[in-house]
Design a protein around this ligand. Structure first.
Ligand code: LLP
Length: 421
């Protein structure tokens, strides 16, 4: 459920008409609903009720500071994957002891930054990383709390580009080698081994792979404890999927996921962390775009929008589906016809949908891409020297621009010309 709904024949974000925002900020733009962000965060938080837990929002999904602040004020921690994300979380007011640092390629500089600024834990992914972390912690004069990310060799049954839990993926250490690597970590003076981390992939629409992975983590917890490690925290990753095609998808409910967590690892007495990104932000955001032209081609028609693959790359990159709806509500019984929905960028990959059934939409009218809150704005680029599109946050009947559209001058003046030219 989200807060983008038709009222009096016009799409609203909470109590604000989308057309009103479009008139003020221009198109295309991203718009987020505070109520949906908070609803999704709370659903997950409540699903884990009865356990000692922290929901660490995977801020890579949507990292505007206004979004981070909204979630942090509700109690969320953050999962960061770069020095930049760490600084952004801190700038949004998230305390270091609620920030976990994930990722396979943390540099010594990034590690130093987090150790000095305060960190809840590092999710370590390899032996060389462990060595660097131990050395930098020694330099800084602290002990670094760590979990080790294990790769459970579980098929997440999701798109190949976002599956991470199979042995052929670059993530984590093979679970079969866990004892050896934990022993190494345990012997390092500046590391405090506190737990286990696992993340098997993103947009999972079936709970079975989670169940398999968490069972393996539970077994490993007992084994490592028997080896003398004080395993007291389990980071279970993110990955819970959302319905992109609302008419025919029903991914698992957070309550069922919560029950699964309790069933598989609840008996271990560990503190639980999860790292959801998409489930919190995905359906809390839409991309709004205007139709520039309706073009008739040979045997098919094209809806040419002012939004493009550089603004929302998921369809081009993952063949992802986004529901696309007109901002003016179609009258009941309006006939639909197939049409290709494309952006203006000069490559055929700049196609959002092929032969999508749509009610008639004319040039100058607005459409909304649903479920674009996660991995939308954060993955956008200025390809074709198209400005990064603005982000807007709605809260009840108020809205605010939370990232403004740069001017052409601002974009162009970022280049510097070498002295010989
Ligand atoms: N934790 C770790 C270690 C991750 O790598 C990820 C996502 C998450 C948590 C959050 O996963 P989520 O709950 O959002 O599924 N750009 C792709 C998704 C990439 C996901 C990368 N890792 C997309 O647009 O579908």
């Amino acid at each position: 459920m989200d807060h983008f709904i038709y009222k009096d024949g016009a799409l609203h974000a909470e109590d604000v008409p989308i057309a009103e925002i479009a008139a003020a900020v221009g198109t295309p733009f991203y718009v987020y609903s505070t109520a949906t962000l908070l609803r999704h965060y709370r659903m997950l938080d409540e699903a884990l009720e009865g356990t000692d837990h922290l929901v660490c929002y995977a801020m890579k999904a949507a990292s505007n500071q206004a979004i981070l602040k909204t979630l942090a004020q509700a109690g969320a921690g953050m999962d960061v994957v770069s020095g930049g994300e760490y600084m952004r979380a801190k700038a949004a007011g998230v305390p270091g002891d609620k920030i976990v640092f994930s990722g396979i390629g943390k540099t010594a500089d990034e590690i130093r930054l987090a150790l000095k600024g305060g960190i809840r834990q590092f999710n370590v992914e390899s032996e060389p990383e462990m060595e660097v972390l131990n050395r930098v912690a020694c330099e800084v004069g602290v002990t670094a709390p760590i979990t080790i990310r294990v790769n459970p060799d579980v098929d997440a049954k999701t798109h190949a580009k976002i599956a991470t839990g199979k042995s052929e993926n670059k993530f984590g250490i093979p679970i079969a080698r866990a004892r050896e690597v934990y022993a190494m970590a345990g012997a390092m003076e500046h590391l405090d081994v506190i737990g286990i981390d696992v993340h098997i992939g993103s947009q999972l629409t079936d709970l079975a792979p989670f169940e398999l992975a968490y069972q393996k983590v539970a077994e490993l917890t007992e084994i490592l404890r028997a080896d003398g490690h004080n395993i007291r925290r389990l980071d279970l990753g993110g990955g819970l999927g959302i319905p992109y095609a609302r008419s025919n998808e029903a991914p698992p409910l957070p309550t069922d996921y919560g029950a699964l967590v309790k069933r598989t690892v609840g008996h271990l007495g560990c503190e639980i962390e999860i790292e959801p990104g998409r489930l919190i932000a995905g359906n809390a955001g839409c991309m709004i775009s205007e139709v520039i032209y309706v073009k008739s081609g040979e045997g098919r028609n094209f809806l040419i929008l002012d939004g493009a693959m550089n603004d929302l790359i998921r369809p081009a990159m993952y063949e992802a589906h986004h529901d696309i709806i007109p901002v003016i509500e179609p009258a009941p019984g309006t006939e639909q016809a197939p049409i290709d929905i494309v952006g203006p960028v000069c490559e055929s990959g700049d196609t959002f949908a092929k032969q999508r059934m749509m009610p008639p939409v004319a040039a100058g009218e607005l459409v909304a891409f649903r479920s674009a809150g996660a991995y939308g704005a954060v993955m956008s680029s200025e390809y074709n020297t198209r400005p990064l599109i603005p982000e807007v946050l709605v809260h009840g009947d108020q809205y605010a621009v939370i990232r403004a559209r740069p001017t052409f001058d601002e974009m162009i003046n970022r280049d510097t010309i070498p002295p010989w030219l």
